[in-house]
Ligand binder design. Structure first.
Ligand code: SAM
Ligand code: SF4
Length: 371
């Protein structure tokens, strides 16, 4: 390879950790009340990009995630995307996560001018009482306003994140979320089941998760409602208009290599996985001193690769190629799951049935050992 040749890694994630407050259910690497550090953090990101650019490109997908990327403001995001632009493949997908209350017309225009092709809007719920349970800053109207401003600015594709199994959420609440989605008409929807993550405020009470039957009913209601509205259920929690699947997420589910920049970011390149350790000030200090940020690193061995390919590949509605995924730990489970109507076998492939995908986590645990 000669200097200037692309390095081959086609997927880039950039972590922007700043948030105005921490939502009660969130266990991600975030920095609250540190807006003063945003310029230094941007400089550190640009320095890490410079250190790693030899591995990158042509880049097919970029994902700016958080934290709250839009809290960085349009100007800083433009600087970051301008630095990435020379590495992009033609037609690259460029996604930015946005919180509804941070979107105004100036930000939407800045994202559009910076070449953002996709905004993923963290709506979570369209109900004031559930947004309150989640400690969200946005109110029900902020999401609608944000959608209108992003559309007016010409962002080509919108995705919305919603949550189900929120304490106190009823089937009627979910039906109203579905009606909001139908009216807002985003190209893509991610509808996650709320996890009570260890260490998050919500896990300490007073709220408790809904029982499993209600959670399963809400999930099936979301799938049925979105399919009726013309979305394809292409991954267990993701739905898209034809051709509007998230290419960045698809690459992750297909276990492609990716590079992650920023505090807490994970990379997997050529059989090695590393994670920048949390700690924004230390990250900024290391890159300011022209050093690599503190990292932990491990080889992705054959067992780990097989487990991940099974775990991720069975999330999708496409067949999993057994030659690619590698042998299952419990091959006898495949026929047993097929007999229970949870899995279909093809020529050298398996695919979960619709029923199997609703139970994906427990199905894949019967096929592979994850302990
Ligand atoms: C890391 S957040 C960042 C996006 C943005 N800051 C926001 O809050 O909308 C990305 C998505 O992860 C999902 N998420 C975060 N915590 C979760 C949890 N405990 N259970 C399920 N989904 C969660 C939410 O839907 C959220 O939109
Ligand atoms: S859910 Fe989003 S806005 Fe809330 S603390 Fe987590 S990253 Fe920040």
């Amino acid at each position: 390879m000669s200097p200037g040749d692309p390095g081959g890694v086609a997927h880039l994630y950039v972590h922007l950790p700043f948030c105005a407050s921490r939502c009660g259910y969130c266990a991600f690497v975030v920095e609250v009340g540190r807006e003063d550090a945003q310029d230094a953090y941007l400089a550190a990101l640009l320095a890490e990009l410079d250190r790693e650019r030899h591995a990158l490109g042509p880049i097919a997908t970029v994902y700016l995630g958080g934290g709250t990327p839009t809290l960085m403001g349009g100007e800083r995001l433009s600087v970051l995307l301008t630095a990435i632009r020379p590495l992009l493949a033609p037609g690259a997908e460029v996604t930015v996560e946005a919180n509804p209350e941070t979107v105004d017309a100036a930000l939407a225009d800045a994202l559009s001018a910076a070449g953002v092709t996709r905004v993923s809007l963290g709506v979570q719920s369209t109900h004031a009482h559930l947004l309150e349970v989640l400690d969200r800053r946005a109110g029900p109207d902020d999401a609608t306003r944000a959608v209108d401003m992003l559309r007016a600015a010409g962002i080509p594709r919108l995705s919305v994140d919603l949550l189900l199994a929120v304490p106190g959420q009823s089937p009627d609440d979910l039906a109203a979320d579905l009606a909001w989605v139908t009216a807002a008409d985003p190209e893509h929807v991610s509808w996650y089941e709320l996890e009570f993550k260890e260490g998050s405020a919500i896990a300490r009470g007073p709220h408790t998760p809904p029982d499993d039957d209600l959670a399963a009913d809400l999930y099936e209601q979301a799938v049925a409602g979105l399919e009726a509205a013309g979305y394809r259920w292409y991954e267990i929690a993701n739905f898209a208009r034809p051709g509007a699947e998230c290419r960045h997420s698809l690459a992750c589910w297909r276990a492609a290599d990716y590079l992650g920049l920023g505090v807490g970011a994970v990379s997997t390149v050529a059989g090695t996985r590393w994670r920048n350790t949390p700690g924004t000030d230390r990250y900024i200090a290391a890159l300011g001193a022209r050093r690599a940020p503190a990292r932990t690193s491990e080889p992705v061995d054959d067992g780990m690769r097989r487990r991940e390919r099974w775990m991720l590949g069975t999330r999708l509605d496409e067949p999993l190629d057994l030659a690619w995924a590698g042998p299952p730990d419990h091959p006898e489970a495949l026929d047993a799951l097929a007999a229970r109507g949870l899995l279909e076998r093809g020529e050298g492939t398996v695919r979960l049935t619709r029923r199997g995908r609703l139970l994906q986590n427990s199905v894949v645990q019967e096929i592979m050992d994850f302990a």
